[in-house]
Design a protein. Sequence first.
Length: 308
Amino acid sequence: MEDSVNPVTSKSTGDLNDLAVFAAVVETGGFTAAAERLGVTKAKVSVEVRRLEAALGVSLFTRTTRRVVPTDAGRRLHQACAPLLGGLAEAMEQVSGDHGAIAGTLKIAAPVDHMAQFLATATAEFARHHPRLKINLCASDHIADMVAEGIDLSIRFGWLRDSSQRAVKLGEFEQCVVAAPAYLQAHGTPQAPQALIRHEWIALTLLPTPLTWTFTAPDGQSETVRLGSRVQTDSPAALRSLLIGGAGVSVMEMLGIGDALKSGQLQRLLPEWSLPRGGIYAVYPPGRHSPASVRAFVEFYRAKLGLS
């Protein structure tokens, strides 16, 4: 039977830094990921975890070839110490905040197209205001494992399927059907949702139902269209290029194609019909205290987007 852990006993608590390293290993699922989050070497993480295990007299992790899993004692220790460590971090940030300094590291993930068009430029301005902060931008159209990859903040579009996620809504975006003028000259302009069936539909496979769309008319009546697709992509950036290149018709969010519409590279179709609006969210890793840098960036970026 595994020994019990009493994290408040002075003899067994070890160094607070050891506890912080231990918590990082639990939350990231590995020594390498914890080292990347903390900005130290993997060897240092291993040494401090072993030192904590020696002080407590119990094993805190079970090592496998793929993942480091906390033992029962490790889980109970993490449950007990994580809120305390979060409170200490918050207290230190409040004191630091009195002097207006945001420091440390901030790792942000976002879709490729949104990163290139909006987030990177905003981050450059944010970085100028906070010279002591190190920032790492990760562009990907696929949802990352925030804990395993040490991501502090993820910008996501659409509809959050997991209601347990810690998220802040930054705003909403409108969706519309678009195509290039050259495509419309060759194939004609659809005048009703059902007419889209006769066109070359480009499917964005990231979506849960890329071939089924429900349109709402001005009088509130809805019409659902089920489409076929010869060309598909898992990238919104690639979809935009395909559309501008005249490959077909599809739905895109207005925020990402505003410039293409203004320049005439793309043309909005069926403007009297509306599609469901989606949300733009700032998503946090589960069960972690949000650093001051994350909170400051979320408020800054919400203001930059200026969306209702």
